[in-house]
Design a protein around this ligand. Structure first.
Ligand SMILES: [Zn+2]
Length: 323
């Protein structure tokens, strides 16, 4: 299962290693399911492998890194209910790295997710300012902007971008057979996240959401009831992704219809779903969906926010019908 979309980043790291410029601090920016952990693991292999051409993947060091059992590899993650790394974790790590220097060899610490309290960031900054020779810190995060600029500026940065959809589909189909189109529609082009998903469940969720949106537009939806149900559920993020895909599809269909307005035959064959909201209303709705998706992780009254969103669709549909 080779992560084809990490090839360039891996090559950049290997070039740095071969040139004797392996970074004492590396910042990997990768969204969930994009393989940031795989890239961090590869960086650890590169730093700890002593073969002529690291990372060989075969030697004892490489094998131990791959098994997560290398004595000079430190992995720092979230404790219990914490949403951020804590200062005591960073202090402990720094102490361990100092102790490990007695061996004189390389050591790697992977901090994932590299989202930390202010105190933790200050402690980490001290370690970055006085790195112990041979030690490398690898920070993995989806949102580098949460880190202080003083930390970011000391890191070599690697960003993992989502691969093209066609390539992602091909890779997924190579893993196993499923309705991957539907999965990517909901989850976006995050290959590893897609691979862990349940395609049947996502297809069902997408169908449910489309039905809700059609009912809202037609003015026959129990808006408050559905909003309360969505707010209680654990899959709000996925539902909002479905809604965003739905509205994007509608905007595309309307744009295509406009482009082909000179061809009556094409219009006659447009899908029924391309009416009745106008593009401006759909774009406003699209913005609202994205805004809600952004806020959904924060402590807001989700029921009311979802209700407002669905009402927007109900009103937009009714207004367009009256025109
Ligand atoms: Zn090796």
């Amino acid at each position: 299962m080779d992560a084809f979309w990490l090839v360039e980043q891996r090559a950049a790291l290997q070039r740095a290693r071969m040139a004797g410029r392996f970074p004492p601090a590396l910042l990997i920016q990768a969204a969930a399911g994009m393989g940031g952990d795989l890239l961090a693991q590869y960086a650890a292999q590169l730093a700890l492998c002593r073969a002529d051409r690291p990372a060989c993947g075969q030697c004892r060091d490489c094998q131990r890194v791959l098994a997560g059992q290398h004595p000079d590899l430190y992995q720092v993650g979230l404790l219990d209910e914490s949403k951020q790394l804590r200062v005591e974790q960073i202090r402990e790590l720094t102490a361990e790295l100092v102790l490990s220097s007695h061996g004189g060899g390389a050591a790697v610490a992977i901090l994932q997710p590299a989202d930390m309290t202010e105190a933790a960031a200050n402690a980490l900054l001290k370690t970055l300012e006085e790195p112990r020779p041979g030690a490398s810190l690898v920070l993995v995060t989806a949102a580098p902007s949460n880190l202080p600029a003083t930390i970011i500026s000391r890191c070599m940065r690697l960003r993992v971008a989502p691969p093209a959809r066609a390539a992602t589909l091909e890779w997924l189909r190579h893993q196993r057979d499923a309705d991957w189109e539907a999965v990517l529609d909901v989850l976006g082009n995050a290959p590893l996240r897609a691979l862990q998903a349940d395609p049947a469940a996502l297809t069902k969720l997408r169908r449910e959401c489309s039905a809700v949106l059609a009912d809202a537009e037609a003015g026959r939806l129990d808006v408050a009831g559905v909003a309360a149900q969505w707010a209680r559920g654990e899959d709000l993020e996925l539902r909002l992704a479905c809604v965003e895909n739905w509205v994007t599809g509608r905007i595309d269909a309307l744009m295509r219809a406009r482009a082909s307005v000179a061809e009556p035959r094409t219009i006659a064959h447009l899908p029924a779903a391309s009416a009745p909201m106008n593009i401006a209303a759909l774009i406003r709705f699209h913005d609202s969906v994205r805004e809600l998706a952004r806020l959904a992780a924060k402590p807001i009254n989700k029921g009311i926010a979802i209700e407002q969103l669905l009402w927007q669709l109900a009103r937009g549909g009714a207004a367009a019908l009256q025109v």
